[in-house]
Design a protein around this ligand. Sequence first.
Ligand SMILES: Cc1ncc(COP(=O)(O)O)c(C=O)c1O
Length: 375
Amino acid sequence: MSTLPDFRLETHFSRWEFAARYNMAASDMQTLSLAALLEMAAPDERADWEALQLGYIETWGTPALRQAIAASYATVQAEDVLCFAGAEEGLYCALLALLGPDDHALVTVPNYQSMETVPASVCQVEAIPLRPENRWQPDLDDVRRRLRPNTRLIAVNFPNNPTGAIADADIFAGLIALCAERGIHFFSDEVYHGLEHDAARRLPQAADCYERALSLNVLSKAYGLPGLRIGWIASRDRALLARLERMKHYLSICNAAPSELLARIALGNRETLVARNRERCAANLQLLDQFFARHADRYDWRRPDGGCTAFVRYRGADGVENHCRELVEQAGILLLPASLYQSALAPVPTDRFRVGFGRDHTAQGLAVWEAFLRR
Ligand SMILES: Cc1ncc(COP(=O)(O)O)c(C=O)c1O
């Protein structure tokens, strides 16, 4: 296995996430306090919280949490769920377990970097390019052409970070059908599931559709609870999950017991928490519509289909890298410039930046951003 490269986006966040005044690039929803979450607990959960012992817990995740997660799928059973420390640990284990040096994988580009660089550290990887001129949709014929006898995996992420694109339902089904024809795995990063801006665009969760699909999810994004670090993979391929559980013995071993209990409370209030966050997105999207309409000479804005990020084109002659640097250094407005999303597999537009709209400070951030533009 070759060495993993620097995770550009996370390195940039290490420098700026807590130093910038307004993180206008966040990929997660507004969070809530421990007290607010505990108020949502059912009486038995509250009693479990008070009596909680701070020992190790099951590597798979506690039975109660696995049951609560399974209830968020149409067909998945508690035994089809393996919990992880965030989505990142699940992604890392799954992609390493599924691929060997003689294999080939296809992944969507642009992407959350590890979905490309973890497989590329093991085997040959090609892009499923998402392009703005094609509404960021995968081209099924192109995917079919790129399949090889040794292709073992197709990996996608919808709603997509950073573009906010959701694959059309027939394209998503077509990708799964291609995997099923060849008996290969389908890895679906669904961390933004539930944050569709038009309910009609919601995709089914892959683990409900195909026995060799892996649905990756987490409480970080649509639920706004990244501090819990609770993620999971749902898959009916139980033999694969058993292999991943053994890998986890070398990593986190098990999740933090308080986090798993808090995760159970959040999942019990799934509809309330995620619906509230969809409303937040809708309100903030209106603010962004107005802001970018006032500055159409500088920015080319298209509403995303889902998630809480968009990949906006910057028209300024000074270039997006310079613009983002000035905004963060001079105005405390953090955006993510295109360089952080460049891929070794396919061209990614170099004139875009990621903006996030999940946070309650969006209006204040936009006011400061606007004052900077009017200087
Ligand atoms: C698409 C996507 N997948 C996975 C992750 C990792 O999630 P977590 O930070 O909860 O491990 C992120 C985080 O930004 C993401 O955007």
